[in-house]
Design a binder for this molecule. Structure first.
Ligand code: NAP
Length: 487
């Protein structure tokens, strides 16, 4: 491959946004490397039945590419994927994308202030800057349950749905009850013979106001209407997110809404008790669903809360010793997030490995840059995940910030910029102090938001307009400019 000026890794929402903004700025010397054979990231990988966004689509989309054609407020996966393809076509990104190209190593060459990129196919080339747009939720996590490998029937993860496996009339086990399982359980329950749902921790579930937008499409096409709807949703979600951003006590209203939903949808007191969470709402991702609880009340569905001790050739054994014979196992067990880069070769200045730089947990200044890794930018990096609104908003803030960094490089003729370690340290310490008082840390649960040390390296603890304000202008003094001709 010719040495591109900028290498973007991943063709999901992040990578595509970066590419669009580079082109808009007149910069064409970049490549998007995508390990799969299509664009879409998480919206390509997750094809399970019922997959849809749990953030309203008018906000879960680019602000510069409003879509008036969403069929529903919470668009299904296929529509979101189509929207992303539309962006690729409209902004002419296809010639920049290299499919089937997995990056296996990134190594910084101090003497030339360049990155060496190595791919799984054995290619090696250099690039000035790297944008990591892999997203935080792309490596499936499988539970470490004794005997998992012994199971002889079909077994797959929700993000690797096996559509060739016909579930009709089968005895199916679902392990996990997070946002993904809550979407596919109601879809498969009427089809399967028997469904065993293994729940370790009950999720809080709120109603999903999934109104149809196709019926008001003609109004949304009026000038300004789609933008007005986007703003209205944005501010509604920010206001509702006050409990996340200010104090867990403010989550009480949210909890009441969820408790009422449970009481209304699950009449059986025994089942309701099993489904009542024992932690503050918001500590884990809040599930939005109108059909998850009704699915659990079906005759052919059993909720098992006793924990799994063993998986055998054709069965699952729970902690009471009961053996459940099953034909298929579906893992709705989430993703590797806080240790996503643990096996990746990422070597920065003076041979610094990312595993050493992040020995005590992931961190990055504004979630975008980390000291010792010049000209390496994260999209949806550490501490930029959200519990209350759209991460596409965060991506746009990050891309604007990275564009500012690139402009600074070109203005100063510097070869690279590296965030000053003390700036990043102060930022991280303040962030962690704030997080220590927020619901994800204080709510009495364990989730993928927290790492093995109990730190929270995943979530942005405030309102998103604060993040917008903090990333609106980059502060050149926060960075060391390497090889600058001018100060
Ligand atoms: P998840 O929220 O991490 O849920 C994983 C589930 O598996 C949890 O119920 C967990 O139980 C369970 N589990 C994990 N290991 C287990 C074990 N050893 N034994 C028994 N149960 C085990 O994963 P997810 O549902 O795939 O969702 C991940 C994230 O993707 C969400 O938080 C959300 O951000 C995103 N998502 C978004 C949408 C959307 O509409 N935008 C849809 C789906 C997912 P514990 O709770 O006890 O750990």
């Amino acid at each position: 491959m010719r040495n591109p000026g900028i290498t973007i890794i991943g063709a999901g929402f992040g990578g595509l946004c970066m590419a669009i903004k580079l082109k808009e700025a007149g910069y064409h010397d970049f490549v998007i490397l995508e390990k799969a054979d299509d664009i879409g990231g998480t919206w390509r990988d997750n094809t399970y039945p019922g997959c849809a966004c749990d953030v309203p689509s008018p906000l879960y989309s680019f602000s510069f590419e409003l879509n008036t054609e969403w069929s529903r407020l919470f668009a299904p996966q296929q529509e979101i994927w189509d929207y992303m393809r539309h962006c690729v076509r409209k902004y002419g990104l296809a010639p920049h994308i290299r499919f089937g190209t997995e990056v296996t190593a990134l190594e910084y060459a101090d003497d030339r202030a360049l990155w060496h990129v190595t791919t799984a196919g054995g290619e090696r080339f250099t690039t000035h800057a790297v944008v990591l747009g892999m997203g935080p939720l792309h490596i499936p996590s499988y539970p470490e349950i004794p005997g998992r490998e012994r199971f002889t029937g079909p077994a797959f993860h929700s993000a690797r749905w096996d559509h060739s496996c016909d579930l009709t009339g089968k005895r199916v086990a679902v392990i996990g009850t997070g946002a993904s399982a809550a979407q596919f359980v109601p879809e498969i329950a009427p089809r399967v013979g028997r469904l065993y749902v293994f729940q370790r921790t009950a999720p809080w579930v709120q109603p999903r106001p999934d109104i149809r937008l196709d019926e008001i499409r003609k109004y949304l096409r009026l000038p300004g209407a789609a933008r007005a709807l986007r703003y209205a949703i944005y501010w509604f979600l920010e206001a509702r997110g006050a409990g996340f951003a200010i104090h867990p006590r403010l989550m009480k209203t949210q909890e009441r809404i969820a408790a009422r939903h449970l009481a209304r949808q699950v009449p059986d007191p025994e089942l309701r008790a099993k489904l009542t969470p024992g932690y503050t709402i918001g500590c884990k991702r809040i599930v939005l669903s109108n059909d998850y609880y009704p699915a659990l009340t079906r005759e052919n569905v059993e909720l098992i809360t006793d924990g799994i001790t063993e998986i055998r050739e054709r069965s699952i054994v729970d902690a009471t010793g009961r053996e459940h014979e099953v034909d298929v196992i579906i893992y709705g067990t989430g993703f590797k997030v806080t240790d996503a880069l643990s096996d990746f070769t990422l070597i920065g200045r003076n041979g610094l490995k990312i595993q050493d730089a992040w020995r005590d947990g992931m961190h990055a200044y504004l979630g975008i840059t980390t000291a010792g890794f010049p000209n390496l930018f994260f999209l949806l990096g550490p501490n930029t995940g959200l519990g209350h609104t759209s991460v596409v908003f965060m991506i746009e803030c990050q891309v604007r910030y990275i564009m500012d960094c690139l402009r600074l490089l070109s203005r100063t003729k510097a070869k690279a910029l590296d965030v000053r370690p003390e700036v990043e340290r102060r930022f991280t310490e303040r962030l962690q102090r704030r997080l220590s008082r927020r619901v994800w840390n204080q709510g009495g649960c364990r989730s993928w938001y927290l790492d093995a040390n109990g730190n929270n390296p995943t979530i942005w603890p405030g309102f998103t307009f604060e993040y917008w304000a903090r990333t609106r202008r980059m502060r050149p003094e926060a960075f060391e400019l390497i090889g600058a001709a001018r100060a």
